[in-house]
Ligand binder design. Structure first.
Ligand SMILES: NC(=O)c1ccc[n+]([C@@H]2O[C@H](COP(=O)([O-])OP(=O)(O)OC[C@H]3O[C@@H](n4cnc5c(N)ncnc54)[C@H](O)[C@@H]3O)[C@@H](O)[C@H]2O)c1
Length: 297
């Protein structure tokens, strides 16, 4: 890497977000390493990215023969060192657990070249907390993508108190390569987007618990009455109820009672109803991810 020229990107975690981030990185021309803890999840990511590229080719958003070249730029691996040693920019997209992220960032500082930007896709945690075990805290920055990553246009850049101007300019350069718009936000639990989104989602769950309306009608009301592109329950199923629940528990701890967790959401998580990724959340989905009508429960 010279100045802000980023040619190799490493994405940690190949779940809902990591797979999408690796895809837009490869679409932006970067050599991309996608790391996860086992081959089965990497295979799922590979087929998800393949399917997404096929749809983009059908819509004319990439050249008909472009998918193979994009795919060839992604190296799927379970070898952490192989994934991070050659990198110019890391984006961590592992589960929303502070201790796990801290442990990972400590390793990242040890294995990457000094000065390489260490980005986190956390949806709520403080950048300074994730950077806590890192000696050069200027390298750590929030690079918050949105789901589905290939479609959503924004990256919310979250600045910790120590984040360096170099990390900020590298992140803005990376966003341009990926064709994304950016906003800058000072660190605060849930930043700008997750804080508001969690509140809307929580209020929808409280209304459902109180029997005010069905999930379908609350979703329909927000879409047709308030012009939201997606209802709050559709959104919760897309995000993953476990991920949403972790965010809400953290916002409750840091910002107070407004974010008290919903017992109904917690119950669905305990039952393994995590949303689209498990085939069932608020709604039920078939193997292809299509909603099964009238199956809200
Ligand atoms: N889901 C969303 O809509 C969304 C949106 C923005 C940000 N985020 C954030 O992105 C991050 C990832 O969320 P997700 O929805 O993709 O989660 P996910 O559960 O779909 O994927 C997480 C992946 O991380 C892997 N993993 C677990 N431990 C790991 C480790 N030590 N090293 C590498 N990989 C590991 C898991 O195998 C899994 O594939 C979280 O911080 C989340 O808050 C999520």
């Amino acid at each position: 890497m010279t100045d802000n020229i980023i040619s190799t990107v490493t994405v940690l975690g190949s779940g809902i977000m990591g797979a999408g981030i690796a895809q837009v990185s490869a679409m932006g021309g970067m050599d991309t390493w996608l790391y996860d803890v086992n081959d089965a999840v990497l295979e799922k990511a590979r087929s998800g990215i393949g399917g997404s590229l096929k749809k983009l080719a059908e819509k004319g958003r990439i050249a008909p023969d472009g998918a193979d070249a994009i795919m060839a730029r992604i190296h799927f691996t379970t070898d952490f060192e192989a994934a991070v040693i050659p990198t110019d920019f890391v984006i961590e997209a592992i589960p929303e657990k502070l201790d796990l992220k801290q442990k990972t960032f400590k390793e990242l500082e040890r294995l990457t070249r000094p000065g390489v930007t260490l980005g986190t896709n956390t949806s709520s945690l403080m950048i300074s907390a994730i950077a806590e075990p890192v000696q050069d805290k200027g390298r750590v920055i929030g690079v918050h993508f949105f789901n589905p990553v290939p479609i959503m246009r924004l990256i919310e850049i979250v600045l910790g108190p120590a984040t360096s101007p170099t990390a900020l300019s590298a992140t803005e350069a990376l966003a341009r390569c990926m064709g994304k718009e950016t906003v800058r936000v000072r660190e605060s639990p849930g930043f700008a987007t997750s804080r508001i989104n969690a509140l809307i989602g929580l209020e929808a769950f409280r209304m459902l618990e109180a029997g005010i309306a069905s999930a379908e009608d609350i979703d329909k009301a927000l879409k047709l009455g308030l012009n939201h592109p997606m209802g709050p329950f559709e959104m919760a199923d897309l995000v993953g109820l476990d991920t949403r629940s972790s965010t809400i528990r953290y916002l409750h701890k840091t910002l107070g009672e407004t974010f008290r967790p919903s017992p109904l959401m917690e119950k669905l998580v305990e039952e393994g109803r995590l949303g689209r990724k498990t085939g069932r959340g608020v709604y039920t989905y078939d193997a292809k991810g299509n909603r099964i009508p009238d199956a809200a429960g």
